[in-house]
Design a protein around this ligand. Sequence first.
Ligand SMILES: Nc1nc2[nH]cc(C(=O)O)c2c(=O)[nH]1
Ligand code: SF4
Ligand SMILES: [Mg+2]
Length: 247
Amino acid sequence: MNVIEIFASIDGEGSRQGLLTTFLRLHDCNIRCSYCDTTYSYGIDSTFTDMTVREVADAIESLGNHRITITGGEPLLQEAAVVELIDELNRRKSAKLEDEPCTDIKSTTGINVSVDAQDVLDSESLYDFNIETNGTIIPSFHRENVWFTYDYKTPSSLAEKSMNLDIFKVSREQDLIKFVVGSVEDLDCMRHMINQYPTKAQIYVSPVWGKIEAAAIIDYMNEHNLQNVRFQLQIHKFVWDPDAKGV
Ligand SMILES: Nc1nc2[nH]cc(C(=O)O)c2c(=O)[nH]1
Ligand code: SF4
Ligand SMILES: [Mg+2]
């Protein structure tokens, strides 16, 4: 696998915002968004490490989180290896759970579980994989513990023509479609797409960093009564330097 970075952080966006997550950022992207914040993941200046699936699994395992986000770049450019990795990690976790007696805690504690026991539960539970993909590629696999965050690239990205509109059709309740918007034209595009292409996915909207006031997006949501759109800021951009890597 061509790997840019593997790190533990909190997920800065999406449905598990704020929760500890391990990130695997894969090399290369098939589009070039005008506002890309991870240009180091592709192009001739990009440095990546060629790692085996086992080496990547070792690195992820050693960080201890059970929430994993696979991002890029565009991670589905390495789909076969991604599937191999998920299967490898799932196999390792199942083997561990079978070996360890404390799995009983699950069935006996119920909701009033103590903080310590909750930590055990969290570290022992199955992996939960989010694949952050750019909306140009329809994944050709499914696993029970894998869901997808599809970006819809609006006009100011200059990449909208590459969007695969089937993302609206194939996505499920656990999947997200995320509109990153930098202008009113982008918001109009989002409103048009969600009216035109009904989907089961959860719809999120976030500003392109530094391009549009957050309040302008919320005003727009009010004005157009967008009841099923969730506004979100990428919190990692507030916690760390917006250009920092590995966070
Ligand atoms: N903390 C943190 N959360 C993130 N959520 C999605 C990210 C991404 O780069 O895709 C990301 C990231 O790079 N850092
Ligand atoms: S899809 Fe993501 S990584 Fe690729 S150019 Fe757009 S923002 Fe950058
Ligand atoms: Mg991303």
